[in-house]
Design a protein around this ligand. Sequence first.
Ligand code: NDP
Length: 279
Amino acid sequence: MTGKTRGVAIIGHPVSHSLSPQMHQAAFDALELDYCYLPFDLFPKDLKKGVLALKLLGFRGFNVTVPHKTKIVPLLDQISREASLIGAVNTVLIEKGKLKGFNTDGPGFIESLKREWHYSVHKKHVVILGAGGAAKAVAAQICLEKAASLGIVNRTVSKGEMLKKQLQKSFPSIKIAAFPSKGEALKDFIRQSDLLINATSLGLHPGDPSPCPPDYFFKGLKVVDLIYNPPMTAFLRGAGKKGCQTLNGLSMLLYQGALAFKIWTGEMPPVRLMAGTLR
Ligand code: NDP
């Protein structure tokens, strides 16, 4: 480090599980950029003070993780279209004393499909399980990419309905439907789909069941789980048994980070090195 080292951080609560510090520091070092990435466990009640401190201390920017992604929005000077669509920010750039918010989760997801499968959701029929923060980011980006239709499936049906209503308002030409977690209507909808995504947290813990009954999968359906730890979930196992092409969330983690790196540094991120660090 030098007297000119620029700080970048991640704020969350908790934050100790995050892989972002290793991934970003390896990238800064590889490009010989004089940056230092630090994790800060910030209590929700201290969010405003924490953000002000990062600004006063001259940080270049920071990542934002659970539970601060939505609460940070009113503290920012500007936010990107993706971030304002979902009301959540995962990356902040501090430039000339102004806080600028972005959300790279959705674009990171789309980039992961492109890089791993040469696949685009444009004009595709997509189903997403979940209506939490990650589901919102991914669903909004799928609409921005002009998918043909989007099914939103959630345990708490009212939350799925709310997300559907919000997206339908901004994207009237996309057919958007909300479903409860099971039922013939959902099974039929999935049967006519190209891509099925798990954006629930079911699968994070050992022994978690799949959020989707095994007979809903069929050969030809592409299946993505946003969960990356564990790398193999009951959801992906069930899909694999039916011959579906599958992908976990590690690649999305990589590309959301790569996009944040570009926002802070203006440099092309060393993606292969970042991927190696994550693995
Ligand atoms: P949230 O807490 O915001 O949302 C959780 C979602 O999971 C809700 O839709 C919730 O449904 C659903 N859910 C939780 N428990 C169950 C259950 N037992 N059965 C059915 N549904 C359930 O979390 P996030 O959206 O932030 O994260 C979701 C997942 O995405 C996590 O596993 C996280 O690790 C992953 N993720 C991956 C990223 C990546 O880069 N690969 C980036 C961000 C997240 P309900 O509304 O009914 O409570």
